[in-house]
Design a protein around this ligand. Sequence first.
Ligand code: NAP
Length: 285
Amino acid sequence: MGSLEIKNFGILGHPVGHSLSPQMYEAAFKAAGFPNYNYIPLSIQAGKLFMAVEGIRGLGFRGVNVTIPHKTTISKYLDAIDSDAMVIGAVNTVVNDGGMLTGYNTDVSGFLAALAEANFLPEDCHAVMLGAGGAARAILWGLCKKKAEFITIGARNPQKAQALANDFLPYGHAEGFDWHSDEFKDMLQTADILINTTPLGMFPQVDDMPPIDLKLLPEGALVYDIIYNPIETKLLRTAKELGFPTLDGLSMLLLQGKESYRLYTGEIPDMEIMRKTLEKYLSTK
Ligand code: NAP
């Protein structure tokens, strides 16, 4: 159902030069018959965010994705926030309906859809998460929504891990640990899934990985790294060598993009085109 109408979209962050969203969305727009839908990187410094949001309204952008450092601060400039974004406390997608701006967080549906694609059922599982930053908040909320039995959060800063767990007390059972502690090592032994949400191993530091002894995990535990550049991180390579099933971060990236695209257009994008576009650009980075 294509159209020659002109519509503008963008990604709002600082920096945004590294983002693959422009390539991914434009490929999907073209494939769907929207040759005049433009997706523009919008590099906006923190102090200019209010003006940028008013610019979205004034210029009539249909929508924007939001990335570091604006995911939490943008909320106060929007007219409405959807319930996932409200609980997580971060917005990664803004839709403009005739000047009314609504904030969404599609990381959570991307994460859960990626688990479903991998045939992993989070219900009643023991999940161990590494890291306690922004992506960890969305993932913890996804696990709580799906009624994971217990979520262990391991981080270099145990206070941050426990603060994150405390924020989600009304929704599920989570506890924060120092990832070097013996208590955390004990928790690894009953994990159904290990999820890395830290940037350890991300390009260009591809020889890094979280300081976790994967041999402590029970046989068959899924090792999931949400990093997508590189697609196979050192953590995943090590897990594969030890015989664990693995999941990379590309599907979450694609599936959160699919949900944002649906919010922008009311349609489902061609996922194969989006995947091929991302793989092409990731292999040249
Ligand atoms: P963030 O908010 O900065 O959080 C990063 C977390 O990792 C924090 O807990 C931080 O600890 C920890 N960390 C950072 N550097 C570390 C180090 N050298 N050693 C130990 N811990 C360290 O970042 P984010 O937005 O959550 O993103 C994290 C990763 O997820 C990035 O690689 C990003 O590309 C990826 N991601 C992927 C998707 C996807 O769709 N696949 C979506 C979102 C994010 P401190 O608090 O102590 O600094």
